[in-house]
Design a protein around this ligand. Structure first.
Ligand code: UDP
Ligand code: MG
Length: 313
């Protein structure tokens, strides 16, 4: 019989974890019964270096029910790394895995529909939200712009899909063989190419606690997404460089003509503008190139993605 593992990344989720795990256990029981999955199907929570009571809560849940397992990072490594650690551990025993946020903003009742697709031979089932009205105006607009940009750059993303997803064992194994350190999971999974489907749901507000994605983390996440999936920023620099050079040629012709015509009473403002403009352009270019070199350095170092401090199983 096939085993299902539900993987949950959790960072300071003491307010929601107990009730989320209770709902997920109930739902998992229903799914196991409906599709005759293994009765030891379980839940694996990855504590991403929480500073609140998340870990002791996981410990307590584990002692109440051995179907709840836990991994604990030694510090906060981030949502994506927590998902990777969870999948790496889960795939050792599970045949199918579902990843879902600890706050259950993504409708857990849809796991049943996901498993139905899996039973039909689909490897990857994306949870896709059909509303964004629980997001702030700011998040809606910035997320829209970001995904629009990535799409424009040729990155194959599933619109309105975050990390609520079912994956078969072989798709997880293939995914884990992508060894890059800077990883943007939702951009990589569609690249695997396995049969996939979507399940639609309505995203609800967080039941308690606050978002663990402040603006700073969101920006870093977006930037990682762009730079780990495309080299568009470097191309943009090239184009800007070409444009600036063309502009410089025009400036040269202009300057020489003015000089030749004896109308040389000019210069200060245009000089200032070009110096600042080109200076700025160069700084930005160096910054972007530096970012890629930084990423290359990180990849070459090949450091582990995370440190696991405790394990409950
Ligand atoms: N999360 C994590 N590490 C982090 C930030 C978030 O593991 O550094 C987890 C968090 O506990 C939750 C999920 O990632 O299970 C999504 O975070 P959140 O719900 O705060 O994001 P939002 O829904 O506001 O985008
Ligand atoms: Mg959330």
């Amino acid at each position: 019989m096939e085993k299902l593992t539900i993987v949950i990344p959790a960072y300071n989720e003491e307010e929601v974890l107990a009730s989320s795990v209770a709902s997920l256990l109930t739902i998992e029981d229903q799914v196991v019964a409906a599709y005759t999955l293994a009765t030891d199907s379980d839940i694996l929570i990855v504590d991403d270096g929480s500073s609140d009571k998340t870990w002791s809560l996981i410990d307590q849940l584990h002692r109440q029910n051995s179907r709840v397992r836990g991994l604990r990072f030694s510090r906060n490594f981030g949502h994506q790394q927590a998902l990777i650690a969870g999948l790496t551990e889960a795939v050792k025993t599970a045949d199918l895995m579902v990843t879902i946020d600890a706050d259950l903003q993504d409708d857990p009742d849809k796991i049943m529909a996901m498993v139905e697709q899996y039973a039909n031979g689909i490897d990857i089932v994306y949870g896709v939200r059909n509303n964004r009205d629980t997001d702030t105006w700011f998040k809606r607009t910035t997320a829209g712009a970001f995904y629009g940009l990535l799409k424009h750059l040729g990155v194959d993303l599933i619109p309105n899909h975050a990390d609520f997803r079912l994956m078969s064992r072989r798709s997880v194994e293939t995914f884990l063989s992508y060894h890059e350190r800077n990883i943007f999971i939702r951009g990589l999974v569609p690249k695997l190419g396995y049969p996939s489907a979507s399940v639609y749901y309505k995203r609800t507000p967080r039941m308690a606690g606050e978002s663990k994605y402040p603006l700073k983390k969101m920006l870093a996440f977006a930037w990682d997404g762009i730079t780990s999936l495309t080299i568009a920023p470097v191309r943009l620099i090239l184009i800007l460089g070409v444009l600036a050079t063309m502009l410089a040629v025009i400036m040269l012709i202009y300057t020489v003509s003015v000089k030749v015509l004896g109308l040389a009473e000019h210069g200060w403002s245009s000089l200032m503008v070009s110096v600042w403009f080109l200076g700025g352009l160069q700084m930005i270019s160096l910054g972007v190139i530096g970012e890629y070199i930084g990423k290359v350095t990180t990849e070459v170092r090949h450091r582990p993605r995370y440190t696991i401090q405790n394990k409950l199983q």
